[in-house]
Design a binder for this molecule. Structure first.
Ligand SMILES: *Cc1c(COP(=O)(O)O)cnc(C)c1O
Length: 426
């Protein structure tokens, strides 16, 4: 069978028959991508407004990333960490300088990086903070999404993610998001080692906290000597209009440390998704020596983590973000997008609200949580040449690749407008 020779129905039938049904995709079968566009097996072209959950910030098949990947794949793909490899050190220097941390621990998927951060925080708690044996507690936020491992779903409050996967890992306590008083109370308890939080909750529907929430949350953690762990797997790498969402209003695409007023420095930073521009599973945990050095040989690892292809791809992907000023573009286009969506909300009953930052935005649909309206709108958007996906509770996330031009964005806004208009209750 040649690639791309299946019809839409045939490809869907194969996935339905032979694949586990752990996703509910829109009925489109994608075959090719370039920049902000993807094409289905029938040759129809779409604007991608999901960007693989913000993994493809640099656009599909970015030539610099593809070149780095193919060249390295031809030279050396995997050594395991039983040996040094010629690309890893160079990458570690590059990424730690880029984000201004002493050290990085390379992993592959986002969930693995979150697990790594949890292990790191616990170990630091026992060895450096005097936490009682087996008592370490990590505070998390309600409606969080940090991945799919047994431990991570243990502190999710999403029924689907959790139900019948127990027994659950203890040692987590969930508090309301965007609630500083709740955080103050939680971190005042004994044996709390960390607060693990997303600067904007992407999967929860681009749940965007008060502008000063992250900065104040970090200050509370610092006051109580509790580690502040930022999960920027979805919000990081230019998506929200700055290099990291914790950078606040800073537009620099490099060292945010200089921007003391807006930058909130996490003790542990978790990255994934766009760290490879979507080309390869690459994730990372960044921290300073005092924290990272609690991990000694044999205590944590991954066969593929830090492999030469991942190292080459991640350098290329991060360089694209700087060279093409993607944070600045996300910031500028995001403001235009939200202004246009606010007009839509004024004009049409069915659009309740728009929220987000940079090019991570969501439109809330004015209907009951269990109605299929957001899904139906997404199907209609698909027919009109734009791919977006509903999230929980009748919310549509709009997150195009950050390489989009203003002209392309205006075309997309026109598609969204006409689609929404066709749904307006008469
Ligand atoms: C996607 C995501 C993860 C999990 O990443 P995977 O690569 O799917 O394991 C964790 N945290 C956040 C905030 C995410 O968006």
């Amino acid at each position: 069978m040649e690639i791309g020779q299946l019809t839409t129905d045939e490809a869907i039938a194969l996935e339905n028959k032979y694949g586990a049904h752990n996703y509910h995709p829109l009925p489109v079968v994608l075959d090719r991508g370039e920049g902000v566009f993807v094409w289905d097996v029938e040759g129809k072209k779409y604007f991608d407004f999901l960007s693989a959950y913000s993994a493809v910030n640099q656009g599909h098949c970015h030539p610099a990333i593809v070149d780095a990947m193919t060249e390295q794949a031809k030279r050396l793909a995997l050594t395991s960490r039983a040996f040094f490899n010629s690309r890893l050190g160079e990458y570690e220097k590059y990424i730690t300088e880029y984000f201004a941390f002493d050290k990085v621990l390379p992993m592959n998927s986002g969930a693995e990086a979150v697990e790594t951060a949890i292990k790191l925080a616990r170990k630091y708690g026992y060895e450096k903070m005097g936490v009682a044996p087996e008592k370490a507690k990590i505070i998390v936020a309600n409606d969080n999404f940090h991945g799919r491992t047994t431990t991570i779903v243990s502190f999710s409050n999403d029924k689907d993610a959790r139900k019948n996967f127990g027994p659950y890992t203890p040692g987590f306590e969930s508090i309301p998001y965007n609630d500083l008083d709740a955080l103050r109370k939680a971190v005042a308890q004994d044996n709390v080692v960390a607060y693990l939080v997303e600067p904007i909750q992407g999967e929860a529907g681009v749940n965007t906290p008060a502008d000063d929430y992250i900065r104040k949350a970090k200050a509370i953690c610092a006051e109580h000597k509790v580690l502040f762990i930022a999960d920027e797997i979805q919000t990081g790498i230019a998506r929200t209009g700055s290099l990291l969402a914790v950078c606040g209003n800073c537009t620099c695409a490099g060292h945010c440390e200089q921007q003391a007023e807006t930058y909130t420095r996490p003790d542990i930073l978790i990255l994934g998704k766009a760290l490879s521009g979507g080309a390869y599973p690459v994730s990372a945990v960044l921290a300073d020596d005092a924290i990272m050095n609690v991990i000694k040989p044999g205590q944590h690892g991954s066969t593929f983590g830090g492999n030469p292809i991942a190292a080459a791809v991640a350098i290329a992907a991060l360089q694209v973000v700087k060279d093409e000023k993607l944070a600045q573009n996300a910031r500028r286009l995001g403001a235009i997008f939200r202004a246009e969506m606010i007009k839509l909300a004024d004009e049409f009953e069915i659009v309740k609200l728009v929220r987000g930052r940079g090019l991570l935005n969501a439109v809330l649909i004015n209907d009951t949580e269990d109605s299929s309206t957001a899904w139906d709108i997404c199907v209609s958007l698909m027919h009109n040449g734009l791919l977006a996906k509903p999230t929980h509770g009748n919310i549509i996330r709009f997150a195009p690749p950050l390489v989009m031009t203003e002209e392309q964005l205006m075309q997309c806004i026109a598609i969204i407008k006409s689609t929404i208009a066709s749904f307006e209750k008469k």
